[in-house]
Design a protein around this ligand. Structure first.
Ligand SMILES: *Cc1c(COP(=O)(O)O)cnc(C)c1O
Length: 349
C-alpha cells in the first residue's frame, strides 16, 4: 500500500550554524504528522515545525500511552544521506506500540515518512566528522477523554534535530541495589515514556553521590546486570565482548545488535549471557583489564571509567587501544560508506 504524504514546505531555512547548539534544542524546519481515527491513518503530512494544540483531556497527558524511537541519518563520504537501520527501528517501534495497546503504524508509512522528511531537511544533516541528524518518531494518545481507557485516537509524528559528537568524559556509574528500571512482566523492553520518568529518581540519587548514571540490575536480586542509564551495557574481559541477553527487562538496542554483529565479523569473541556484578567485581579485584561501556544511538559508545560496587570505586580500562573504540570505528565506517555495508543497514535516501 502506498501512502500519500502531502508536503507544505517552509519558505526558507532560517538557522544556519547549528554546531554550537546543545543537543535536543533545535528542531529542523519540518515535521511529519499523521492522525489515527476510526481505525485508520489519515492526513499524513509534512508541515513546518510548530507547536501542537491539544485538549487537556488528551489521554497521553494522563495515563502514559506514549512511545518513541531514536534513530539517526548520516551524510556519507560520497555525499548521499542514509538513515541507519530503519527496519530494525521499525520492528522495535511496533513491539513497543503493541505493548502499550497503540496502533502499529504500517511499515510503508513509517519508512516513507522518514524518507520524505530527511530528504526535505537534508541540509540539516551535519557534514562534520561525527555529526548526524537525530530522528525522533513518536506516537501519543490524543483522544479527549478523562477516563482510564485505551485511546481510540493517536498522533504519529517525526521531528528531527542535529546531533554532534557528544563528547562526554568517560562515565562514572554505580551499581543500583535498591531501585529497578524494569521488572519481569513489565514494560522494560518497550520505548514508552513512563520507563524514563521512573528512572529519574534513582539517577538523581546517583548524581548526588557523584556518579553520572546507574547500572540497572534485576529487580529481584539486584545482582544481575541489565543496562546503564538509557544504554545497553557491554564489557570486554578476557578478550571477549560480554553483554546480557535480551529479556523483558532489557531494551533491544540497535547499537547493541550492530556492535555484536561487527564484533563477530572482526573475529572478536562474543558472549551473550547473564552477567552479575560479582563477576565484574572479581575481575576488577584481580586486576584484570576490564572495559565497560554503554551502547546507544545518542552516544554510540560511552566509555565507563569508574564502576562503584557496594560503595567501592573500581577503575575500568579506557586507553586508546581499547576494543570498544575499534568497534565504534567499525560502525562509523559502515555509516560513512567507507566500509562495506554487509547487512544493508544504510537506508539510502
Ligand atoms: C533507546 C535505548 C537503548 C539503546 O537503544 P539503541 O537502539 O541502540 O539506541 C538502550 N536502553 C534503553 C533503556 C533505551 O531506551
Amino acid at each position: 500500500m502506498e501512502y500519500a504524504i502531502s508536503i507544505l514546505p517552509q519558505a526558507e531555512r532560517t538557522v544556519k550554524d547549528t554546531t554550537t547548539i546543545p543537543f535536543g534544542v533545535q528542531p529542523t524546519e519540518h515535521m511529519f504528522v499523521a492522525e489515527y481515527k476510526n481505525g485508520q491513518w489519515h492526513n499524513s503530512r509534512i508541515v513546518p515545525y510548530s507547536n501542537l494544540t491539544m485538549s487537556p483531556f488528551a489521554l497521553c497527558l494522563h495515563y502514559g500511552q506514549t512511545v518513541f524511537e531514536g534513530m539517526k541519518a548520516f551524510l556519507m563520504n560520497d555525499g548521499r544521506i542514509n538513515i541507519f537501520r530503519t527496519d530494525k527501528h521499525y520492528e522495535r517501534f511496533a513491539k513497543s506500540l503493541e505493548r502499550m495497546c497503540m496502533p502499529v503504524v504500517p511499515q510503508a508509512l513509517f519508512t516513507e515518512a522518514l524518507h520524505q522528511l530527511v530528504q526535505l531537511d537534508g541540509s540539516w544533516v551535519p557534514d562534520t566528522e561525527h555529526g548526524s541528524l537525530y530522528l525522533r518518531p513518536f506516537m501519543i494518545a490524543s483522544e479527549e477523554r478523562l477516563g482510564v481507557k485505551i485511546a481510540d485516537e493517536y498522533l504519529f509524528m517525526i521531528v528531527c534535530t542535529p546531533a554532534y559528537q557528544y563528547y562526554t568524559q568517560p562515565l562514572k556509574v554505580r551499581v543500583e541495589e535498591t531501585y529497578a528500571r524494569a521488572a519481569d512482566g513489565g514494560t522494560g523492553y518497550a520505548k514508552c515514556g513512563g520507563n524514563y520518568g521512573g528512572a529519574y529518581y534513582p539517577t538523581k540519587l546517583a548524581r548526588e553521590a557523584g556518579y553520572d548514571q546507574v547500572i540497572w540490575t534485576d529487580s529481584k536480586t539486584h545482582e544481575m546486570i541489565e543496562e546503564s542509564g538509557t544504554m545497553n551495557l557491554m564489557f570486554f574481559i578476557d578478550d571477549t565482548l560480554i553483554t546480557p541477553p535480551l529479556s523483558g527487562t532489557i531494551l533491544d538496542g540497535v547499537t547493541r545488535d550492530s556492535l555484536l554483529t561487527l564484533a563477530r565479523e572482526m573475529d572478536i569473541a562474543t558472549d551473550v549471557r547473564p552477567i552479575g556484578y560479582k563477576e565484574i567485581e572479581q575481575a576488577l579485584q584481580t586486576s584484570k583489564r576490564v572495559e565497560a561501556f554503554g551502547a546507544g544511538t545518542a552516544a554510540v559508545i560511552a566509555p565507563i571509567q569508574t564502576i562503584a560496587i557496594k560503595g567501592r570505586d573500581y577503575d575500568c580500562y579506557i586507553g586508546d587501544d581499547a576494543t570498544m573504540y575499534k568497534l565504534q570505528r567499525a560502525l562509523y565506517d559502515v555509516r560513512k560508506g567507507t566500509a562495506t555495508d554487509n547487512h544493508n543497514w544504510n537506508y539510502i535516501i
